[in-house]
Design a protein around this ligand. Structure first.
Ligand SMILES: [Zn+2]
Length: 54
């Protein structure tokens, strides 16, 4: 995968992370992105360890 694509994803995740102010309950990282859940609700995903919760 081209590095430019990885950079774009990283930028999007970084923008999402800054809006949550949450820490991961699994690893404690603040690299948490807010994502839309299947039922229209909101879920969170840790970009450090991949743990997701809602
Ligand atoms: Zn985590």
């Amino acid at each position: 995968m081209p590095a430019s694509s990885i950079d774009e994803v990283g930028a999007l995740l970084a923008a999402a992370e800054s809006a949550t102010g949450l820490s991961c309950p699994s690893c404690g990282s603040f690299h948490v992105a807010q994502v839309l859940g299947d039922n229209g609700g909101v879920s969170y995903v840790c970009t450090a360890c991949g743990h997701s919760w809602s």
